[in-house]
Design a protein around this ligand. Sequence first.
Ligand SMILES: C[S@@+](CC[C@H](N)C(=O)[O-])C[C@H]1O[C@@H](n2cnc3c(N)ncnc32)[C@H](O)[C@@H]1O
Length: 262
Amino acid sequence: MLSYRHGFHAGNPADVFKHTVLVALVQAMQHKDKGIRFIDTHAGPALYDLESEAALKNREFERGIGRLWAESPASGPRAEYQALVAAHNPDAALRFYPGSPLLLRSLLRPQDDLVLCELHPTEQKALAGRFGRDRQVSLHADDGYEALDRFLPPPTGRGLVLIDPSFEIRTEIADLTAALQQALGRFGHGVYAIWYPVIDGRDTTPDRMPAVLGLHGEQWLDLRVEFPADQRLGRMSGCGMAIVNCPFRARQVLTEMHAQWG
Ligand SMILES: C[S@@+](CC[C@H](N)C(=O)[O-])C[C@H]1O[C@@H](n2cnc3c(N)ncnc32)[C@H](O)[C@@H]1O
């Protein structure tokens, strides 16, 4: 039984980084008209109330979206992300935080579609309430790794897979590696974005994440950030996104954004 609930962490510095990268990646890919299939293998419940008991327990959002919200408008990819968060807070005060399914949904064009997988029954219910009647979104109460086989390759030949596990089970890295390698076998030129935590200055693994995932050379872009001391989340001192087959346009935007992060 899964015990992790993202509601305790929504909007924290790791989410802000992950979601800013995600938005920039999607927008760079959408420069071409052809439809894109987006797959979120670990979706979570999509929208978080920052006044809920869970969010207020450790108030992690204050170190992440709370800080960004208080700053003057950002530029570049951060501005796009800020605008999407603002769209879910019409009263101008920060109360709700959109997770990856909602950010992706907000960015869908008519020719795109979105596949969401989630294993936790409570989160599945939240997703069904929000997207159950949405014809561009398909919901799957399944293991996200297994679902990749069914949804790849996308019909248009273009796709982005977000893999955002909670890293709560011992075999996570092995499962993730096997699923990624299998997915690459089915859809070798797909774009895959994998979030991972950095613990006490080290990956969850002894080596850099892309190497652990069996990736080599130019095919991936590894972006990682160290949080400033006052934004650290317990032992989580930073996080990263390993992006496989990062499109050229996105690579430029993301590399620039990463250099200015902080
Ligand atoms: C880190 S949270 C996802 C947050 C979300 N992607 C976001 O950015 O807003 C991870 C989610 O994956 C779910 N989960 C864990 N293992 C899973 C699996 N093998 N397949 C699908 N969902 C899983 C958990 O229940 C949890 O809701």
